[in-house]
Design a binder for this molecule. Structure first.
Ligand code: SF4
Ligand code: SF4
Length: 87
């Protein structure tokens, strides 16, 4: 069994694609902490008001075949929760 590891590399290119700063759930606390790109960098310590998540419309979600959302709460996407189906 493979070790659990994160799947979205924290590169400049991927960082630029992240939709979190435009998301309805993104808030001042996250902004002040400089936090976003949660599928790669892990969850926030800020309180989350779940008013929608843009991850399902994000190019990184599609490219890395992620199948979840609200990574700001759940933490980084890992090889254990990536879609195994052929898209
Ligand atoms: S992980 Fe989803 S809900 Fe959280 S800030 Fe990013 S787009 Fe919004
Ligand atoms: S899937 Fe969500 S957390 Fe990951 S880069 Fe896209 S918007 Fe950001």
């Amino acid at each position: 069994m493979a070790e659990e590891s994160t799947v979205v590399p924290d590169t400049e290119e991927n960082t630029e694609k992240c939709r979190c700063p435009d998301c309805p759930a993104y808030n001042e606390c996250m902004e002040n902490e400089g936090e976003f790109f949660f599928c790669s960098r892990g969850n926030t310590g800020c309180k989350i008001d779940k008013r929608g998540c843009l991850c399902l419309h994000c190019p990184n979600e599609i490219e890395y075949r992620l199948n979840s959302f609200y990574y700001c709460e759940k933490g980084a996407a890992t090889n254990k929760n990536v879609a195994t189906k052929i898209l």
